[in-house]
Design a binder for this molecule. Structure first.
Ligand SMILES: C[S@@+](CC[C@H](N)C(=O)[O-])C[C@H]1O[C@@H](n2cnc3c(N)ncnc32)[C@H](O)[C@@H]1O
Length: 266
């Protein structure tokens, strides 16, 4: 049975944990978040993020880039490294504890082109068309209103720029699905042992990974939010996918003779 995008979103809005619960959960695991990512993914997470960054930058060596749900800042730092001083990078997250760890990495690496902002992905404090690209890595499934999150990313990116979502997905191949399910079943136990958190954060994370890919058709949601040329690139047997799209040119803007901009935020 196919469920329409509107129905998926409506049902999810009722069932998904609210922002405050999500923030509390990430606060509790922030100190061990990076270590657990590496352990649980066997270091594949580093490669997945690099792929998403390459998709967002499209070979550019200068750009202004927003990393939504930046957490401990791995994507934002990767972008900063790639641009090596030729651009502007903003990492945004609503959990100050996660950003604190991002801030430590920024200071240690003296990345002066990277700034961190505490804000909600569903209400970004940036003007329309102010970035060349916006990314979200393993964050969108935690945002209470997925559509609003993607709409906001679409709004702040200039027409012809890139919106990229890196997220766990449901492998199409049954064997890959089985392997992923087995791997996920260990996540809550390992997560609790390593993080020492009393909140069952990794129980939530493992169940949200399992359910998100099966329930949300991100390609349709991205199109609904006004993105064109929406593409998906499955990685690691389809356990993770890089979704990308481009905000459409506004026909009114074009009739006024405005050219596609290259980088407003420099
Ligand atoms: C699984 S972590 C991903 C962090 C990072 N992007 C990465 O690749 O590791 C999800 C992050 O999303 C943030 N988050 C969840 N909902 C959010 C929202 N509505 N607005 C801003 N940040 C949010 C959490 O605080 C957390 O830091």
């Amino acid at each position: 049975m196919t469920v329409s995008v509107d129905k998926q979103l409506e049902r999810a809005a009722k069932e998904r944990p609210k922002g405050e619960e999500i923030r509390t959960m990430f606060s509790s695991i922030a100190p061990r978040y990076d270590l657990l990512n590496r352990l649980l993914s066997g270091f594949l997470d580093v490669r997945w993020r690099k792929r998403a960054v390459a998709t967002a930058l499209q070979g550019r060596s200068a750009a202004s880039v927003l990393d939504v749900c930046t957490g401990t800042g791995d994507v934002a730092l990767q972008v900063t490294k790639k641009l090596s001083g030729h651009g502007r990078v903003v990492g945004a997250d609503f959990c100050p504890e996660m950003l604190k760890h991002a801030g430590e990495k920024v200071r240690n690496g003296a990345h002066k082109d990277l700034s961190l902002v505490v804000c909600d992905a569903q209400s970004l404090p940036f003007p329309a068309h102010s970035f060349d690209a916006a990314l979200v890595a393993f964050g969108i499934r935690n945002v209470s209103n997925v559509e609003l999150g993607i709409r906001e990313m679409t709004r702040v990116v200039r027409p012809g720029g890139r919106v990229v979502v890196l997220e766990f997905s449901r492998p199409r191949n049954p064997l890959s699905r089985f392997i992923t399910r087995c791997a996920l079943s260990f996540v809550p136990l390992i997560g609790r042992l390593v993080s020492g958190s009393s909140v069952n954060a990794y129980g939530y994370l493992s169940s949200s990974v399992a359910s998100f890919g099966a329930r949300f058709d991100l390609v349709s949601i991205m199109r609904k939010c006004g993105l064109t040329n929406v593409r998906e690139e499955p990685l690691t047997l389809g356990a993770v996918t890089v979704f990308s799209g481009e905000p459409a040119f506004d026909p009114e803007d074009q009739s006024k003779g405005s050219e596609p901009r290259d980088s407003r935020h420099r």
